[in-house]
Design a protein around this ligand. Structure first.
Ligand SMILES: Cc1cc2nc3c(=O)[nH]c(=O)nc-3n(C[C@H](O)[C@H](O)[C@H](O)COP(=O)(O)OP(=O)(O)OC[C@H]3O[C@@H](n4cnc5c(N)ncnc54)[C@H](O)[C@@H]3O)c2cc1C
Ligand code: SF4
Length: 480
């Protein structure tokens, strides 16, 4: 499409007031969608109870969706909650932030038949919110206390779901996190307009009431080595996520006001939590009134563009080197961003960053998609002489994350990793090459999803239980 037409298509003709009102309406809908009892029952009753539940097959925790939909439709909410919480440690969180269009809802038979999906995620949240309102959600109290303890490193969804499951089985659970709050990316990565922090905090309080011991501001590698934790506990779970941001190599990338996505999102989340954030207050990490360019088009990039809109950016442009069909993030997020006035400049990549001290524009160049590489994705190829500038005074790099060097950080060079730097585990036992050391979540899988981290944490907890039981034959036999 010619440049002129592209601009025309991208122009958002709403007044700033109208755009802000639309964003506020979207936030309300996104947070409270499906929380109305009538709506939940109507949606639940739309389920056709088809023979092969494709939704369940495509749910990472294999939720028994048709059955809890049926119970919801019948108003049997306590049973619906029991069933839904049997497979998912944090159903109300997944219901809010799973990319359902790629998972359960995208595979709903009614959706495939063209009649619009049952809003499974919204009903899942509704069931657990009802359970909270009625006092059915209880802390993970074990039937009996065991004398063995487990160290969990990392308080994200993988570590928290493992902690919940291990505690219910009776183990002493000590959870170590380098941040001042538990929750991992659910607290500091994912923006509040997608997942209210109170929802995560409520779960952490329950775990604490159930006896999980949290060690905040405790960085393994700095405050203890992996070996020291192995000596203190019967087993150790590594659930540290992936945090090393991928970077861009282009002239001018070191200019001021070019920031990393996670720094930007953490500042915004901390501000929302009421923290003192000097880098936000002095404007470094605040998009208010600025022309923002976000590079990348995954879920993190969508969170950045949508946060910038909410902070009052003058304009927000998403620069992506492939086309829309190849965007890695959720379609729904991209659609929301578009509706909120974000400009998508696809098939373009940064060639340089212009400015004296701070960035004033991104010099971009057009690309076309060439032959597919080993992964099957077409390689972007630069079109010579196609350079153009996008004015910007805040550039956010959102190109994805890689694992940190865990063996070095933990003072455990013998810990094996894969060629991608993720911690290597036996996929059946979830154990690393070190006896009694397990791993789960993004640090094993690479950057993924909350629901997969929950699943991995639960699976790892079951394997840790097996491991510890095997070391206490008398107890294992008595329990059987
Ligand atoms: C911006 C953003 C938005 C996202 N949005 C979504 C979404 O909408 N839906 C979705 O399903 N997924 C989303 N994800 C992905 C999801 O957040 C992750 O897949 C998930 O949080 C991984 O869980 P985890 O427990 O493995 O790691 P994390 O959540 O990263 O938690 C790891 C924890 O380990 C701690 N830690 C690390 N190193 C140490 C150490 N040395 N000592 C002690 N503690 C340590 C960290 O402080 C952190 O608290 C998003 C990710 C990002 C970055
Ligand atoms: S956990 Fe996620 S994929 Fe599974 S039913 Fe809930 S929203 Fe769908």
């Amino acid at each position: 499409m010619p440049e002129k037409m592209l601009k025309f298509v991208n122009v958002d003709r709403r007044t700033p007031e109208k755009r802000a009102a639309d964003v506020r309406r979207r936030d309300f809908e996104e947070i409270y969608r499906g929380f109305d009892a009538d709506e939940a029952e109507v949606q639940a009753s739309r389920c056709s109870q088809c023979g092969i539940p494709f939704c369940q097959v495509h749910c990472p925790v294999q939720n028994n969706i048709p059955d809890w939909l049926m119970l919801t439709a019948a108003g049997r909410m306590e049973e619906a909650y029991e069933l839904s919480s049997a497979t998912n440690t944090f159903p109300e969180i997944c219901g809010r932030i799973c990319p359902q269009d790629r998972l359960c809802e995208g595979n709903c038979v009614i959706e495939r038949a063209g009649h619009g999906t049952v809003t499974i995620g919204a009903v899942e949240s509704y069931i657990t919110e009802t359970a909270f309102a009625n006092g059915w959600v209880k802390p993970p109290k074990p039937l009996r206390q065991l004398d063995q303890s487990v160290a969990v490193i990392g308080g994200g969804p993988a570590g928290l779901s493992a902690a919940d499951r291990l505690r219910r089985k009776g183990y002493g659970v000590q959870l170590y996190d380098r941040y001042d709050r538990m929750g991992g990316l659910m607290i500091y990565g994912i923006p509040n307009f997608k997942l209210e922090k109170t929802v995560v905090k409520r779960r952490i309080e329950l775990l604490e009431q159930g006896g999980v011991v949290f060690h905040r501001n405790f960085e393994v590698g700095r405050d203890a080595t992996l070996q020291e934790l192995r000596e203190r506990h019967g087993a150790v779970l590594i659930a540290t996520g992936v945090y090393k941001a991928r970077d861009i190599k282009a002239p001018g990338v070191g200019l001021g006001n070019i920031v990393k996505a996670l720094d930007y999102l953490i500042a915004s989340n901390r501000k929302g939590l009421g923290d003192d954030v000097p880098a936000f207050d002095d404007g470094t990490l605040d998009a208010d009134g600025r022309r923002v360019v976000v590079i990348g088009a995954g879920d993190t990039a969508m969170d950045c563009v949508r946060t910038a809109v909410r902070q009052g950016a003058e304009s927000v442009t998403c620069l992506y080197r492939r086309d829309k069909a190849n965007m890695p993030g959720s379609r729904r997020e991209v659609q929301y961003a578009e509706e909120e006035g974000v400009r998508f400049t696809t098939l373009a990549m940064p060639a340089a960053f212009l400015g004296d001290d701070a960035v004033c524009a991104v010099r971009a160049q057009r690309v076309h998609l060439g032959v597919a590489d080993a992964s099957g994705r077409q390689t972007p190829e630069v079109i010579e002489g196609s350079e153009f500038n996008v004015d910007s005074d805040l550039v956010i790099k959102a190109l994805g994350f890689e694992p940190e060097d865990v063996p070095t950080l933990f003072g455990a060079p013998e810990l094996q990793t894969t060629r991608w730097g993720t911690v290597k585990v036996n996929y059946q036992t979830k154990m690393t090459n070190l006896d009694g050391v397990f791993a789960a979540g993004d640090i094993v899988r690479g950057a993924s999803l909350v629901v997969w981290a929950i699943r991995d944490g639960r699976d790892a907890a079951d394997q840790i239980d097996r491991y510890l039981r095997a070391r206490q034959p008398a107890r294992a036999q008595a329990a059987e």
